[in-house]
Design a protein around this ligand. Sequence first.
Ligand SMILES: [Zn+2]
Length: 287
Amino acid sequence: MPELPEVEALAHHLREHAVGRTVARVDVASLSVLKTASPPWTALHGRPVTGASRYGKYLDLDADGLHLVTHLARAGWLRWADTMSATPPKPGKGPLALRVHLGPPGQGPGFDLTEAGTKKGLAVWIVEDPAQIEQIATLGPDALDLTRDEFGALLGARTERLKTILTSQKVIAGIGNAYSDEIMHVAKLSPYATPARLPGESVDRLYEATRTVLTDAVARSVGQDAARLKGEKRSGLRVHARTGLPCPVCGDTVREVAFHDKSFQYCPTCQTGGKPLADRRMSRLLK
Ligand SMILES: [Zn+2]
């Protein structure tokens, strides 16, 4: 799933390549991705692209005051093409959800919003103000905008697990499953730690780790072709999605906690005093 660094890189790509062009046509291949009906997508036709930005993990293309906002969800992606095919996509066929032509179809560039797999979560809104989207209006402060004191104040009020809080978009916007694993590993903190009970020095480490992990990932991602961003993300990970492999810091085996549809990873030596965390699925298998 694209998180803050990848969405930032996509926004950067659009600022470099889409701003200054005109939305010639929008093809909708999957009506179910559209979460707004009015204004219709055809209202984008003929509008110049004036900006691209990011709200947490939401990508915003500004077409002169009308915004095409996208949440890529777990398996969604943006694919840029220097020459976009003019043939209208067949509805319901394949991963293509929505196509934006930024020049004469068949000659000009553009991008596709695609989604792999059967579990669909890709969402697109067309709005005059991104704050009209409830998910954006209720976002917490952006993970890269927080000062140490603001970060400490947010955590100090929370008694849920650290993993839950770091990935809760209403508390801190932009961090998902992968980068939260990386941040807690760098900070040497357990995913099950209670934020409100963390001593000041742990909050210092967590704050620094959050900034370092995200800014390093932004630096690696910005300027990469959209097609290569996923590989870039994977190559920079130390524990996430590395179950059974050695921890690059201490050599211990990276472990995972699995839920019904996702899992997270951590290093026991670096993060939990050597103790494996309870994993419901494992205990069920062992019964
Ligand atoms: Zn380790």
